[in-house]
Design a protein around this ligand. Structure first.
Ligand code: ADP
Ligand code: MG
Length: 252
């Protein structure tokens, strides 16, 4: 089984940015093959990685619900479509979940697809999953067990409080996580000691390991505006700090 690393947290905290940086880190360290999964309906992980999306898993499910060619066994068809949905990028693969299903019965589509997905995932050493805030896709992916889950917060009291709530949600959803981490992202240079202490308190209370306080990086906005993929980020304080955090995480 691959090492499964997933990001959670409320919108805008930096999950996609950190997911992309983790993919970059794994490739740099030769820790491959890597499958990156964009499990946010408002997919943008591909932009950070500099890739175009062709078909999403959501679209395949929609197709399956309508019809599949008679000539082909259903499972073989699903597997074929799934392989077409995989974006083969430089040093890693990317899969985009896309929009969640609409009303109607997707049970058959779901069971075929999850079988094919499980088989697919076993061929990678690392899985990086960029989740939406609600983590709905985790159950759709049948990903109810993972080695690492990183809950990302902004550098605020409310943000850190939300991390505690998300940790509780994960327990309520029966998601089995070996290592539950907290990351406080976009920290100003003069981050108040009180906020650090509060983060430690919440981490302890919810059995989270406090991984890192990552800096606010003014260059990130520029990279985003110019659509510069993470692989080309040079001298980024965020990238540097994120790399040492990932190192600690993988050596834990
Ligand atoms: N450490 C950082 N410094 C500066 N900007 C950041 C940092 N982390 C994330 N951002 C910016 O914050 C916004 C939200 O980040 P994103 O990764 O899309 O969050 P999420 O996936 O959690 O919604 C983006 O515009 C991103 O460029
Ligand atoms: Mg995102």
């Amino acid at each position: 089984m691959p090492v499964r690393i997933s990001f959670a947290g409320k919108g805008g905290t930096g999950k996609s940015t950190l997911s992309a940086l983790l993919v970059n880190y794994l490739i740099d360290k030769g820790l491959n093959p890597v499958l990156a999964v964009d499990a946010d309906p408002n997919a943008n992980l591909n932009e950070l990685l500099g890739e175009e999306v062709s078909i999403t898993l959501g679209e395949i499910k929609e197709e399956l619900r309508k019809s599949v060619p008679d000539s082909m066994a259903r499972y073989d068809y699903v597997e074929m479509r799934l392989h077409q949905a995989i974006i083969e990028a430089k040093g890693y693969d990317l899969l985009v979940m896309g929009q969640p299903e609409g009303p109607g019965c997707y049970c058959a589509a779901h069971s075929f697809l999850s079988q094919a997905l499980e088989k697919l995932m076993r061929s990678y050493s690392y899985l990086v999953i960029d989740n939406e805030a609600g983590m709905e896709h985790l159950s759709r992916l049948n990903l109810l067990e993972m080695e690492h889950l990183i809950i990302v917060s902004d550098a605020s009291y409310r943000g850190i409080m939300t991390v505690g709530r998300i940790a509780d949600l994960i327990k309520a959803l029966n998601i089995k996580v070996d290592n539950l981490w907290m990351v406080v992202n976009r920290c100003p240079q003069n981050l108040p000691e009180e906020l650090k202490r509060y983060a430690k308190e919440i981490a302890e209370k919810h059995s989270l390991k406090l991984l890192s306080f990552l800096p606010e990086d003014p260059k990130v906005l520029e990279y985003e505006a110019k659509k510069i993929p993470v692989f080309e980020w040079k001298d980024s304080p965020l990238k540097k700090e994120a790399y040492s955090a990932f190192e600690r995480l993988l050596n834990s």
